[in-house]
Write a new protein. Sequence first.
Length: 401
Amino acid sequence: MKSIVKSLPFRLLVGVVVGIALGLWAGGVSFGPQVMQVVLTIKELLGSIINFCVPLIIIGFIAPSITRLKQNASRMLLLALILAYGSSVLAALLSMSAGFAIIPALSIQSAAEGLNELPELLFNLEIAPIMSVMSALVFSVLVGLAATWAKAEVITKVLEEFQRVVLDMVVRVVIPILPFFIAGTFCGLAYEGSITRQLPVFLIVILIVMVGHYIWMAVLYGAAGLYSGSNPLEVVRHYGPAYITAVGTMSSAATLAVALRCAHKSKVLRHDMVDFGIPLFANIHLCGSVLTEVFFVMTVSKVLYGELPSLGTMVLFCFLLGVFAVGAPGVPGGTVMASLGLITSVLGFDNTGTGLMMTIFALQDSFGTACNITGDGALTLMLTGYARKHGIEEVETPDLL
């Protein structure tokens, strides 16, 4: 019993329940705004700490992993990009097909009820990351590849040492504060009324999209299992904490530390592929968000403009959205924000359309993020299978368990 209480999934679930209960209670008492000021201030502070650590985690895992791959580094990086883009595009096409089949039969309200306004923070101690997530990703790739090409032994040793430092930071700082950050997130949602008011408005669409998430995850893990010859359930069964964390943080980047820990527990994933693939895919593989966005833009088009986009337009949108997804930041709403220009130029949405699109996307963003993160495990299993089939020697990595 003690082991269950101390486990990360239990602490995360407690954070969700406590956060919702506190938010609902604060919304019904006269001094609720003052309570929320304290809660939101603490949540923003913890979020800043997590976001500050994310670029360091990316550098600490991706760069050393590339140096360990040595002459195979460029090949594995190209394969990872192909897998991420292919997964996103195929998920988008699946969602498009479902949209043409299902949306015409639905009757969905186009407006959500108003929300309670969150109070201002007591103070905002912003802890800016040393660089953006995308800059950290590019820096990690370039430094890792350059160190491999130049055979720079000193830099390679420095990167290995830096990874050990980052490991301690993840275990001693990031993971312990996550339950409190998630509690603050759900407290804010409950106080606003997102959970009790807006969600029922688009409940049908959200449920359809969630089913799509699970279908696509099943496809990814099935394909990964067939290709690698390993049991994909040995990967999925460890991803509970990462899924819950993604639902609470709504951010692939903020979930990275937990995802790494979950993937390291799998017996069928090579640890060197985990350290290389999981941080990389967290930033370039957004299959769940893409699947969601495609279905939602079709829904909004039907609601506001009375018709679905043409098949040719949607196919073009899907293939271009896959490119935008690779470059989108792994933060809440990152995919839809990165592709706003695509929504307006290709689909012809006006300000009302983009506003409604962003609203309903935000309502389920946490589940799309959870699909992204969980799908990363399947792509990492594919990388593992490729490495084994092509005789890429496994190298020892620090243990994150």
